[in-house]
Ligand binder design. Structure first.
Ligand code: CP
Length: 302
C-alpha cells in the first residue's frame, strides 16, 4: 500500500517490518550525528486540521532526521477559515510538488476520502474517533522494548474507549501481534460494537490491573462528547482513576502507558504518571523512530 491509513488493513508482517525498521532508526537517532539522507529528495506536508503537540512535533522531527523537506499547515489561521474545502486545500498544497502528506483531521475517514483522489502518499496522524495508526505502532514498539514478543501478553486499555482512535488502532495492532486485549471503563464510554472485536471487558479497574501486564490508560475526551457527560470527571476519577498506591499494591510488575495529553488527577494520579511503572516518556521518544520507519518505507513505494 502507498498509504498508512489505519492498522485494520495492514498485515502482521507489515507491522513487524515497521517495528524492525524503527529499531534501526532508534539506533541512528541516538548517535552523535542523528540525521540520515534517506528522504533527501522527498517533500512532506504536515496537515493538522486538529490540535496536536506530540504527533505533530514527532512527525516533523522524524522528517528532519530523514533529511526530507517539510512544510507545516494548521487549519487555524489558514484559508479553511474562509470556507476552502479539504480537497481544495490539499490539492493546492500538492501543486507545490509535495510527495507525502501527514494528516490529522477531526472527521473519521478524512484521509481515506483523500487516498484515491491525490497522488501523494498519505499517513493518517489521527482521524477523529477512528484510527491513530502511528500511535498504536509506537505503543507496540514501547511494549516490545520492555516485554519482548507480545504474543500471549495481556494488555488492558482503560478509559474512554468510545471516543478513542488510540484504543481502536491499539486493539487491531496488538491482536495482529498475538497479544490478548481487554478494555475497561464506564458502560457509557464502551462502544456498542465492542463485542465484534474479540476483546475482553472488565467493569472494574482493580480486575483489569490484576489481569494485565500493561495498562494503557486513556484520557476522557470531553471535546468529543455530544451529550452531557456521564460520568463526571470527579466520578470518573473516583471509580476508574489509577493511583501509584493501586499499582504498588499489585503483587507483580506492571507497565503503565498513556498516549497523552494526561488529565492529571482524573484517569491517572500524578504520582502514578511519574512513577517507575510509567513508560509514558519512552512512548514519546519512540514515536520519532517509528514515524521515521513509516515514512521511509512508504517513500520506497513511490
Ligand atoms: N498522542 C497524541 O496523539 O498526542 P497529541 O494529540 O498531542 O498529538
Amino acid at each position: 500500500t502507498r498509504h498508512l491509513l489505519g492498522i485494520k488493513n495492514i498485515t502482521a508482517q507489515d507491522i513487524e517490518l515497521i517495528l524492525e525498521t524503527a529499531k534501526s532508526f532508534k539506533e541512528v537517532i541516538n548517535r552523535p550525528i542523528k540525521k540520515v539522507p534517506s528522504l533527501r529528495d522527498i517533500t512532506i506536508a504536515n496537515l493538522f486540521f486538529e490540535n496536536s503537540t506530540r504527533t505533530r512535533l514527532s512527525f516533523e522531527l522524524a522528517e528532519k532526521r530523514l533529511s526530507a523537506d517539510t512544510i507545516n499547515f494548521t487549519s487555524s489561521g489558514s484559508s479553511v477559515k474562509k470556507g476552502e474545502t479539504l480537497l481544495d486545500t490539499v490539492n493546492n498544497i500538492l501543486a507545490m510538488k509535495v510527495d507525502m502528506v501527514v494528516m490529522r483531521h477531526s472527521s473519521p475517514g478524512a484521509p481515506h476520502f483523500l487516498s484515491d483522489k491525490i497522488k501523494a502518499n498519505i499517513v493518517n496522524a489521527g482521524d477523529g474517533t477512528h484510527e491513530h495508526p502511528t500511535q498504536a505502532l509506537l505503543d507496540s514498539f514501547s511494549m516490545q522494548e520492555r516485554l519482548g514478543d507480545l504474543a500471549g501478553k495481556r494488555i488492558a486499555i482503560i478509559g474512554d474507549i468510545t471516543h478513542s482512535r488510540v484504543a481502536l488502532s491499539n486493539i487491531f495492532c496488538l491482536q495482529k501481534l498475538g497479544a490478548e486485549v481487554a478494555v475497561c471503563g464506564p458502560t457509557t464510554l464502551i462502544p456498542k460494537y465492542l463485542h465484534t472485536l474479540g476483546v475482553k471487558r472488565f467493569d472494574t479497574v482493580g480486575e483489569a490491573l490484576r489481569w494485565c501486564d500493561v495498562a494503557n490508560v486513556l484520557r476522557i475526551q470531553l471535546e468529543r462528547q455530544q451529550l452531557k457527560f456521564f460520568p463526571s470527571l470527579r466520578e470518573y476519577s473516583l471509580y476508574y482513576g489509577i493511583t501509584k498506591k493501586m499499582l504498588d499494591e499489585l503483587d507483580k510488575e506492571i507497565i503503565v502507558m498513556h498516549p497523552g495529553p494526561i488529565n492529571r488527577g482524573v484517569e491517572l494520579s500524578s504520582d502514578a504518571a511519574d512513577s517507575g511503572h510509567s513508560i509514558i516518556l519512552d512512548q514519546v521518544e519512540n514515536g520519532v523512530a517509528v514515524r521515521m520507519a513509516v515514512m521511509y518505507l512508504l517513500a520506497q513505494k513511490n
